[in-house]
Design a protein around this ligand. Structure first.
Ligand SMILES: Nc1ncnc2c1ncn2[C@@H]1O[C@H](COP(=O)(O)OP(=O)(O)O)[C@@H](O)[C@H]1O
Ligand SMILES: [Mg+2]
Length: 372
């Protein structure tokens, strides 16, 4: 990624070189991005020079001192506004001048660093402004439907996070007020329930990251021959602990090796999700059959279970975002409703297909086919 261009406007050479030292080699990364943001600094001494530069080239961030020899920082800000120049401004003020802070914020300055600032304060401020630029960039590149989709996705997501947060907060308040007395044992159920809710939130975040990576297309995909038989075995081990709790047997039907050109991580997500569902939505002492085979045109993955099954009417909903089938049988089972959505998104990337057959109370069979 191109470094972000940072114009540093300050008449004190010490400040300019200080900023240079702090930001040289500094980078900001986000968990869902493979590349880091870095910075290219352009130091100038006056507001006049700054105006000359922003008129002629795209600058991403301006670190703007207010007290300058010629025109003042706030006037540079006014100029930026009047000419609708697309840049984020961070003011540097020699003393915490509240008046100026208000004026600058009204003029659209993003934030402030008070002089003198520590390297950490500067880095934190730069990190905040980078995040803002990044999010703004996403918004700009989206059309109206995409914006609506994102809005809907985020609304459901926040709704999904609210209830576990409320629950954990409630329990913590009870403990904080010692409502059940001094004996720690009285609170153990609450601690256990809190841990379960937190685990649920963690799963939600992990699924979210998978979706974001897939949809952004930023994640580096590595399409190379991978052994699906190996992934199937690893996946069985991953799901093992869950299966043991319900005494469920997982049967594998695999060739010794089955090489297929795909991204390892993506295939692992697909098989893991189908297999963990087959265990989660199964009955005590149930069975799961995972078959991976070569078919003339590509590969076929079949996951079949002897579980609770799915009503015909619910099948079309399965692959939607946050879709979970709510009934007596699934009430106690936790999930995010994102797993099959992720599976579908991945399969679509390979122009493959997923097919579901199910009989309530008898079991379910998911069949994935991908052509090579
Ligand atoms: N093998 C299965 N048997 C019965 N129901 C299933 C099975 N797999 C998925 N489902 C239903 O589909 C819903 C969506 O699955 P998924 O997207 O993986 O979300 P999650 O498992 O997090 O709830 C589940 O909540 C469940 O109701
Ligand atoms: Mg699932």
């Amino acid at each position: 990624m191109e470094p972000l261009k940072v114009l540093v406007v300050d008449d004190e050479p010490g400040i300019r070189s200080g900023i240079e030292r702090v930001l040289r080699g500094f980078s900001v990364s986000f968990p869902f991005l493979d590349t880091d943001f870095t910075y290219e600094l352009i130091p100038v001494e006056t507001g006049e020079e700054a105006v000359g530069i922003i008129d002629n080239q795209k600058i991403d961030i301006i670190l703007l001192d207010n007290k300058l020899p010629g025109i003042q920082g706030i006037e540079v800000l006014e100029y930026i506004n009047k000419n609708q120049i697309d840049v984020e401004v961070m003011m540097i003020t020699s003393y915490a001048n509240l008046d100026l802070a208000v004026r600058a914020t009204n003029q659209g300055a993003f934030n402030f660093v008070p002089k003198p600032f520590t390297p950490q304060e500067l880095r934190t401020a730069i990190e905040a402004i980078t995040k803002h630029l990044y999010l703004k960039g996403i918004g700009k590149n989206m059309n109206k439907t995409e914006k609506q989709n994102r809005f809907q996705f985020l609304s459901v997501l926040s709704h999904e996070l609210k209830s576990p947060i409320n629950a954990v907060e409630g329990y913590l308040n009870i403990m904080n007020d010692k409502q059940m007395g001094e004996d720690l044992n009285s609170y153990m159920t609450m601690v256990e329930r809190s841990l379960i809710r937190i685990k649920g939130m963690r799963n939600l975040i992990m699924d979210m990251l998978d979706i974001t990576r897939l949809e952004s297309g930023i994640k580096r995909r590595e399409i190379r021959p991978i052994d699906l038989a190996e992934i199937a075995k690893i996946s069985k081990d991953t799901v093992g602990p869950l299966a043991i709790q319900k005494n469920i047997k997982i049967h594998l039907d695999l060739p010794d090796e089955l090489f297929f050109k795909a991204d390892y991580n993506e295939m692992e997500i697909v098989i893991n999700n189908l297999l963990s569902n087959a265990v989660k939505y199964n009955k005590e002492n149930g069975e799961v059959f995972l078959t991976v085979s070569k078919v003339n045109s590509g590969i076929k993955i079949v996951v079949e279970d002897t579980g609770i099954g799915i009503d015909k009417n619910d099948i079309p909903k399965l692959f939607g975002e946050f879709e979970r089938i709510k009934n007596e049988k699934t009430r106690e089972i936790s999930g995010t409703g994102l797993g099959l959505n992720i599976v579908k998104k991945i399969i679509d990337m390979y122009r493959g297909s997923v097919h579901v057959e199910s009989e309530p109370d008898q079991g379910t069979k998911f069949t994935v086919t991908i052509n090579s």
